[in-house]
Design a protein around this ligand. Structure first.
Ligand code: S3P
Ligand code: PEP
Length: 442
């Protein structure tokens, strides 16, 4: 446990070089391990979640190495040729690793045992198990579809056409990844668009994939028994990590922060759109393509924010950003209503409940429903002064450190160690901009 204290800060200034995108990094390691030949990845996130995927791919027989120049080299084994792991695959805190790897494991003739930390072992795996069972994969889990689980895979799965019951890029990707080693066409239909990093990257590795909009949603179809070829992946800075210095810069008067090379995938930038509608001064510069993903440099200047209503349609494009949006809402003028948040209850923690409780402890009024949260803005004067339990949730930890930075009395969190799952170097990056985050009690 590492207690961290965020003291009230002045203006933030400078460049914030945020680490690589977590979603893209996981996928690069998995598809690199399934491809034939060499894959080179630059900008890979070296956070604990992605390192758990790297270790799992090594266990499955891929060669995954960090090079002297900081890039990563993967020598894949080919679709269908991963080997049975000789030990338990411990995926730590990472839902993306557990769910996406389920699709890969189920479609190989092997038996694997998958587990994780106390947070991951509480999260629902039924959402991937159900479609993968329909394809012919076998799973044994703890009660309620929880980890640890055993996967008994097969190279003779049956392709499915599956309509996602919840908007989830993890479920979509698990099914498509299982479809890679399955004869015939595997289709996923999504009624709400979710991040399409898997679709983009599958194509870059040479898979045949079509995306057709229709009346009942978008149908994504993958042609099975694919042969993937190693390629180069350039991972942009993670917009979900950029969100923390970005919101801190908006809220601390006099701030001006530049965030270079941030991923601008349309299904990831809901927070930027919402903050701009709230009055946030965020300039998008130099929008360009980087190996199949849009990226841009962001220039953020301190702004007065107004509360707004964020409808459910927005949720998928900013699902991991609600904790930090709630912090922005606490400092804004007026009420911010956030709807369609049911999925927040099954993340690393119950983010809806934890945010509502923590904000109240810091003197901010909230109203909470089963799938919505309203934050009553203070107009800028958040009291703070609380000790927040981060509940093994990196985004909760970082959000409350930003809240502490903009508060009157500061905020402490009981354990900052989960931050390393997605944003190694967070404390130094924030302090280099002008924040005052220290280890231990104040
Ligand atoms: O596919 C991905 O990389 C992710 C999808 C989202 O989860 P869901 O698929 O559960 O919405 C997101 O919350 C997670 O951080 C990463
Ligand atoms: C939900 C998250 O990740 P995962 O599902 O991979 O644990 C997150 O990073 O906010």
């Amino acid at each position: 446990m590492t207690m961290l204290n965020a003291a009230p800060a002045g203006a933030l200034k400078g460049d914030a070089r945020v680490p690589g995108d977590k979603s893209i990094s996981h996928r690069a390691l998995m598809l690199g391990g399934l491809a034939l030949g060499e894959t080179t990845v630059t900008g890979l996130l070296e956070g604990e979640d992605v390192m758990a995927t790297a270790a799992a791919m090594r266990e499955l027989g891929a060669i995954v190495e960090r090079q002297a120049d900081g890039s990563w080299r993967i020598l894949g084994r080919g679709v269908g040729s991963l080997r049975e792991p000789s030990s338990v695959l411990d995926l730590g805190n990472s839902g993306t690793s557990a769910r996406l790897l389920s699709g890969i494991l189920a479609s190989h003739p092997l038996t694997a045992v998958v587990t994780g930390d106390a947070s991951l072992c509480k999260r629902p795996m039924g959402r991937v198990i159900e479609p993968l069972r329909a394809m012919g994969g076998e799973f044994q889990t703890r009660e309620g579809g929880r980890l640890p689980m055993t996967v008994i895979g097969s190279d003779a799965l049956i392709p499915v056409e599956y309509t996602l019951p919840v908007p989830s890029a993890q479920v979509k990707s698990a099914i498509l990844f299982a479809g890679l080693n399955t004869a015939g066409n595997t289709s996923v239909i999504e009624t709400t668009p979710t991040r399409d990093h898997s679709e983009r990257m599958l194509r870059a590795f040479g898979a045949e994939l079509t995306v057709e909009p229709g009346d009942n949603g978008t149908r994504i179809t993958l042609v099975g028994q694919a042969e993937l070829k190693g390629c180069s992946v350039a991972v942009p800075a993670d917009p979900s990590s950029a969100a923390f210095p970005l919101v801190a810069a908006l809220l601390l008067p006099g701030s001006e922060v530049r965030l270079p090379n941030v991923g601008m995938n349309p299904q990831r930038i809901g927070l930027i759109e919402v903050l701009r509608e709230m009055g946030g001064d965020i300039t998008i510069e130099n929008l360009r393509d980087a190996a199949g993903e849009p990226v841009a440099d962001l220039l953020v200047r301190a702004s007065k924010l107004q509360g707004i209503c964020v409808p459910a349609e927005r949720a998928a494009s900013m699902i991991d950003e609600y904790p930090i949006l709630a912090v922005a809402a606490a400092a804004a003028e007026g009420r911010t209503e956030m709807q369609g948040l049911g999925e927040l209850r099954v993340k690393e923690s119950d983010r809806l409940a934890v945010m509502a409780r923590g904000l109240e402890a810091c003197g901010v009024t909230t109203e909470e429903g089963e799938d919505w949260l309203t934050v009553v803005g203070t107009g800028g004067s958040v009291t703070g002064g609380a000790l927040i339990e981060a509940e093994l949730d990196h985004r909760i930890a970082m959000s409350f450190l930003v809240l502490g930075s903009i508060s009157e009395k500061g905020v402490r969190i009981d354990d900052g160690s989960p931050i390393d799952t997605s944003f190694p170097g967070f404390v130094d990056l924030m302090n280099n901009l002008g924040a005052r985050i220290t280890t231990g009690a104040p």
